[in-house]
Structure formats: structure tokens, C-alpha cells
Design a binder for this molecule. Structure first.
Ligand SMILES: CCCCCCCC/C=C\CCCCCCCC(=O)SCCNC(=O)CCNC(=O)[C@H](O)C(C)(C)COP(=O)(O)OP(=O)(O)OC[C@H]1O[C@@H](n2cnc3c(N)ncnc32)[C@H](O)[C@@H]1OP(=O)(O)O
Length: 194
């Protein structure tokens, strides 16, 4: 099945996700995978500054507070920003699997408007793995971990090698990342060492 027609439900026969033995313990704050990442980077002034934590099994919890820079309608979060928060939380599951993967498809339901100043409490879970395809779902609730559901997403991530970034990224940023010992450490933490 080609891109665009791919179901977001793991097919029969998909493998159950397995938490990597060296994955960070449940409760551990993961920290940004890249300082300039729009989702999690600390050096990105207009970014989401989303903070993700390892959960049990292959699950992640994350929080993000909607800032004035994230508005669509007056006083409300932009839908694309909310989709970014879901994408980032789902992408963080890869820390626990220790695979590098990029979003192939992301489907979002917007259930409730999210005001500026609200904190979105997100939770993502890996639902199954089929070859290079990683199926995952997430939900975001307003202001409390058990608050009202505002957004939901289903996604498929596709496993890639590190050279996906080095071949495709703008050379300036790639060069800087390769010269940064912290970035090399992060890249290693994602990669399965055969
Ligand atoms: C020292 C250097 C430092 C650098 C490194 C730092 C470490 C960083 C670590 C971690 C970073 C993570 C960053 C997280 C950020 C949040 C997540 C994002 O937003 S990611 C950005 C948005 N996504 C993209 O930009 C993807 C763009 N798309 C592509 O590049 C390609 O289309 C790609 C890789 C997804 C697939 O291309 P193919 O040629 O490799 O693979 P094919 O053979 O086409 O497909 C393989 C299987 O996947 C399915 N597939 C492919 N594309 C799909 C799609 N779009 N939807 C559903 N299924 C898809 C296919 O149907 C096929 O399945 P069948 O094996 O036949 O069962």
C-alpha cells in the first residue's frame, strides 16, 4: 500500500512494540533531540518548548503551554501548532524504541478549542511495528493529565538511517550539528547499534 492510502491502524501481523533495554526509565525527562527543533528545542524562541517524559512500555507524556506566538484565531491555538505538538510527542516515542524515524502520515482530530495560556497534556503510545513502519496514537488534554480531550492523532512513522538527515538537511545546519558533541550524543541515543 503506497503513501496516502496507508491505514493508520497496524495491520494484522504487526509486531508489538518493544521498549529498548537501554531506554530511559519511566519518568525521565528526555530533553530536546535538537536545540533548534520547533517542537522541543531550547534555542528556538518561537518554538513549542515541549517537554517529553518517558512513560511505561513504549509511551510518552509531554506538556506544552500555548503562547501568544501560537495563535490562529484571537486567543486560540493554531491547529497546525497543535498538530506539531502531537507530531513532536509521537516522534519522541522513537527514544524508547531507539530507532530514528520521520513522520510519514499524521491524522489529527481537533475536538475542542485550546486557549492561549492553556497547557496541553499529551500522551502518545506506540501501537505496532510493521517493517520500517511505526504506528502510534496520541491524545492531548487541557490543563490536567485527566482534563478534557482537545486533540487526538494517529500516525505512521517511517524508520530511516542517520543519512536521511545528512543527505537532505541544509549543509550549514548539518555541519554545525556534526561539530556539536551534544548532538552526536543524541544521534547515538536514537540509533540501534547492531
Ligand atoms: C550528526 C547529524 C545530526 C542529525 C541527526 C539528529 C538526530 C535526530 C533524531 C531524530 C529526529 C526526529 C525528528 C523529529 C521531528 C518530529 C517528526 C517530524 O516531523 S519528521 C519531518 C516530517 N517528515 C518528513 O520530512 C518525511 C519526508 N518523507 C520522506 O523522507 C520519505 O518519504 C520517507 C523516508 C518517509 C519514506 O521514503 P523511503 O524511500 O525511505 O521509503 P519507502 O520505500 O517509500 O517506504 C517504506 C515503507 O513506508 C511506507 N510509507 C512511506 N511513506 C509513507 C507515508 N507518507 N505514509 C504512510 N506510509 C508510508 C511505504 O508504503 C513502505 O511500506 P511497505 O514497506 O511497502 O509496507
Amino acid at each position: 500500500m503506497g503513501p496516502g492510502r496507508t491505514t493508520l491502524v497496524p495491520p494484522p501481523g504487526a509486531a508489538s512494540p518493544v521498549r529498548h533495554p537501554e531506554a530511559p526509565a519511566p519518568g525521565t525527562l528526555l530533553g530536546p533531540h535538537y536545540d533548534q527543533c520547533f517542537g522541543c528545542g531550547e534555542g528556538q524562541p518561537h518554538g513549542l518548548h515541549l517537554q517529553a517524559r518517558a512513560g511505561e512500555g513504549v509511551s510518552i507524556t509531554a506538556e506544552f503551554t500555548v503562547q501568544p506566538a501560537h495563535q490562529g484565531a484571537p486567543g486560540l491555538a493554531h491547529g497546525g501548532v497543535l498538530a506539531s505538538a502531537l507530531d513532536e510527542t509521537l516522534g519522541s516515542l522513537n527514544w524508547l524504541l531507539r530507532v530514528i524515524a520521520v513522520t510519514g502520515r499524521l491524522e489529527t482530530d481537533f475536538v475542542r478549542p485550546v486557549p492561549v495560556g492553556a497547557t496541553l497534556h499529551l500522551e502518545a503510545r506506540c501501537m505496532g511495528i510493521d517493517g520500517r513502519k511505526i504506528y502510534a496514537s496520541a491524545v492531548g488534554r487541557i490543563d490536567r493529565p485527566d482534563g478534557p480531550v482537545a486533540v487526538r492523532a494517529d500516525a505512521v512513522f517511517i524508520e530511516v538511517k542517520l543519512d536521511h538527515f545528512t543527505r537532505n538537511g541544509r549543509p550549514e545546519e548539518i555541519k554545525a550539528a556534526m561539530a556539536d558533541p551534544d548532538q552526536i550524543k543524541v544521534a547515538r541515543a536514537f540509533e540501534v547499534n547492531p
